[in-house]
Write a protein that binds this ligand. Structure first.
Ligand SMILES: [Zn+2]
Length: 305
């Protein structure tokens, strides 16, 4: 009997029995706990194959030998992946063909294009928010970062790296923070529940609620309150952008260079409504808001530039 490792999930290894190299005998799966697989010891596995009770004594070194075959494990996994991504691979081929039909030089131009997007977009990872479609932008036109509930935390290296690169190196002119109604992340942050690790992220939204508690608690309709929290969260994330050194530096530089006529990057608070497809801009006077916080978050004086 041959043992093939089909999948490694956390500390468990799922294996399938094969009577020979081609036929899966019953397709039964057994889960072994990897922490018990000490070399030189044996593992007793109780299972049922083709309805015949079987107790098999696996020699751990043999199991580990199969497990250690990177080629066998990876080839099995790639077969599994292909089955699940064929749809999108076919979609991609169709997209390439259709795009070439409409514009035969499109990919030649895209391949040579030096990335210089005007927009940086921070949005939620929610799959109902197709960024390029709702913005009406094509490849090369928007630099994108997405996470749960479109957050811009001060200590998230990923967010900060995207921001630094887009502002300081790509020179984006407009930054959009876009939330969306019916946001699962924002909803979860208003519930009395413990989602484990995720709570550390959702707490940032709970903090937004705390900042605006008096306002939010006076909204009796829960859906309206959710909408308002989505909006307030977007506004707070925009303010988080204003707090960063890279944004402040760039805005001061561009203001000085243009004599105050053009301050870049501009920052926009927006909300997408999946039920309508509409992306709306929130009416926020950031000049006033940032101005009132200047003595707290301001990092530079004119003479620094
Ligand atoms: Zn969301």
């Amino acid at each position: 009997m041959r043992v093939r490792i089909s999948k490694l999930i956390n500390k468990n290894i799922n294996i399938r029995y094969y009577n020979n190299s081609n036929n899966i005998n019953g397709g039964s799966k057994i889960t072994l706990n990897a922490v018990t697989m000490v070399p030189g010891t044996s593992i007793n596995v109780n299972t049922e194959i083709n309805k015949n009770p079987l107790e098999t004594n696996f020699s751990t070194p043999n199991v580990l030998k199969s497990f250690g075959s990177r080629r066998r494990l990876s080839s099995q996994m790639s077969r599994e992946n292909d089955e699940h991504v064929n749809e999108i691979l076919n979609n991609n081929k169709r997209w390439v063909e259709e795009t070439k039909l409409k514009d035969p030089e499109f990919f030649e131009r895209l391949g040579k294009l030096k990335q210089k997007p005007k927009y940086l977009y921070f949005g939620c990872s929610d799959s109902r928010v197709p960024v390029n479609q709702i913005l009406g932008l094509g490849p090369g036109e928007v630099f994108v970062h997405r996470n749960i509930a479109n957050m811009v935390p001060a200590n998230d290296l990923n967010v900060l790296s995207v921001l630094e690169y887009a502002v300081a190196h790509l020179g984006v002119q407009d930054i959009i923070v876009a939330g969306h109604y019916d946001c699962g992340g924002v909803r979860a942050a208003t519930k009395r529940q413990d989602l484990g690790l995720l709570e550390n992220w959702l707490r940032l939204i709970r903090d937004v609620y705390r900042l605006h508690k008096d306002h939010l608690d006076h909204i009796d309709n829960l859906e309206e309150r959710h909408h308002r929290l989505v909006e307030l969260n977007v506004i707070e994330q925009c303010l988080n952008l204003y707090k960063t050194g890279v944004v402040q530096r760039k805005r001061l530089q561009s203001s000085t260079a243009s004599g105050g006529t053009e301050v870049l990057p501009r920052i926009h608070a927006m909300v997408f409504n999946p039920g309508e497809g509409i992306l709306k801009k929130l009416n926020v006077d950031f000049d006033q808001r940032v101005g009132s916080l200047e003595h707290i978050y301001g990092l530079h004086d004119q003479e620094d530039i």
